[in-house]
Design a protein around this ligand. Structure first.
Ligand SMILES: Cc1cc2nc3c(=O)[nH]c(=O)nc-3n(C[C@H](O)[C@H](O)[C@H](O)COP(=O)(O)O)c2cc1C
Length: 157
């Protein structure tokens, strides 16, 4: 069946974030764009994460994740956070563990540390609702968004 709605989804704009996770000695980071604030009080953010992601298991174990807003000039992060080797993703980057142990990157426009409050499975991505337990705005600049990205994240797999 032709998915005529796919082209319409292609016109939606999102931020492009680095979502970090960690459990015991293992840390990871992935690019995520299906992310949004969903409440002011308490401050809540949702991220949609596919079950195939290595990050997903780490988040389920630690019940926490980190989210980073990048500057436009940090587009190289898109290729850095692809691939199978979590250690390599952080090579040469400054970061420190947050309260929950998730990596918090030092060089970004803003970051959040989130404790997972709810986990819903409405479709092929899990909707992770995280409550903000830490945040920072280390720099100013122009946030990286899907307007700076040539491809489209379809979320198919
Ligand atoms: C622009 C862009 C946006 C993405 N957004 C998401 C997303 O919102 N949710 C998701 O599960 N994967 C998303 N991905 C795919 C993951 O970043 C990718 O599968 C990554 O390799 C997963 O890493 P991991 O398996 O080490 O956790 C996106 C990829 C790109 C390039």
């Amino acid at each position: 069946m032709k998915k005529e709605w796919l082209a319409a989804f292609g016109q939606m704009t999102y931020g492009i974030y680095v979502l970090t996770s960690g459990h015991e000695d293992v840390i990871n980071g992935m690019i995520a764009s299906w992310v949004s604030q969903v409440s002011y009080d308490p401050p809540l953010i949702m991220a949609a994460v596919h079950p195939n992601r290595y990050s997903r298991g780490l988040i389920e174990k630690s019940k926490a994740f980190g989210l980073h807003i990048l500057d436009r000039s940090q587009k190289e992060m898109l290729s850095r956070f692809k691939g199978p080797d979590p250690q390599k993703k952080f090579q040469g980057l400054s970061w420190e563990p947050g309260k929950t142990g998730v990596p918090i990157l030092k060089h970004c426009l803003a970051w959040f540390e989130l404790r997972v409050k709810e986990h819903l499975e409405p479709g092929n991505h899990a909707l992770l609702l995280g409550e903000v337990i830490g945040s920072g705005c280390p720099a100013s600049g122009t946030p990286l968004t899907t307007l700076d990205y040539e491809g489209m994240y379809t979320g198919k797999n």
